[in-house]
Design a protein around this ligand. Structure first.
Ligand code: AMP
Length: 203
């Protein structure tokens, strides 16, 4: 079990998102605040991003937004988060978000969310997170949104292109309770053979 001080949430910036996804993002934010787990996110004001950040703040939690200067016009105003870090570009932003977080939650999202989820997972696979820590990624949905991603990961594992030891780096949860439980168990970090196996397999 690890202490979760901060969790990064990757999620949609779209305002057209299904209202039930916005609602889930708000409940995640409230729960993080109640559990005194800091939220790290991409610093946006729209969609699920804005919803999770605002809900965390309203519930008395801590929010760190990490946003590349000048890239997005819909950044959150500085006084609406606890800390707003402005970085040079998308690469620095992702590296900083990973550095600040003990684990990752992927909520429903589009291409940006997919990219972050899979990049964070590959950093665990390669042992690139700070201190070589292998951080877990939980895909959280209440309606099977992520089923297709899990099906792809399972197919990749069955086909031998994703090693069985690396498959649990990305896990799934259908409740916020379950997601936090998985992050606290931090199974990815309990299995340092992820990295070793990868090298042994020449992957
Ligand atoms: P998407 O799922 O394509 O909406 O992308 C959302 C993810 O990409 C978020 O987790 C952000 O880190 C990043 N992102 C995409 N668009 C924005 C935006 N307008 N403002 C801030 N971050 C964004």
């Amino acid at each position: 079990m690890i202490e979760l001080k901060s969790v990064a949430v990757f999620c949609a910036s779209s305002n057209d998102a299904n209202p039930s996804y916005i609602d889930l993002a708000q409940r995640v934010g409230q729960r993080l605040a109640h559990e005194q787990i800091g939220l790290v996110y991409g610093g946006g004001h729209s969609g699920l991003m804005g919803a999770v950040a605002q809900a965390t703040m309203e519930a008395g939690g801590e929010v760190t937004g990490v946003i590349p200067g000048g890239l997005f016009s819909n950044g959150i105003p500085e006084d609406e988060v606890t800390t707003l870090e402005v970085v040079a570009d998308m690469h620095q932003r992702k590296a900083r978000m990973y550095e600040l977080s003990d684990g990752f939650v992927g909520l429903p999202g589009g291409l940006g969310t997919f990219e972050e989820v899979f990049e964070a997972a590959t950093w665990t696979q390669l042992g690139l997170h700070a201190g070589g820590r292998s951080k877990t990624i939980v895909l959280l949905d209440e309606d099977g949104f992520w089923d297709g991603a899990h099906a792809l990961l399972d197919k990749a594992t069955a086909s031998g292109v994703l090693t069985k030891t690396n498959r649990p780096i990305i896990q799934g949860a259908s409740t916020i309770d379950e997601a936090l439980q998985i992050l606290r168990a931090d199974r990815a970090n309990d299995l340092p053979q992820f990295v070793t196996d990868k090298h042994n397999n020449g992957a």
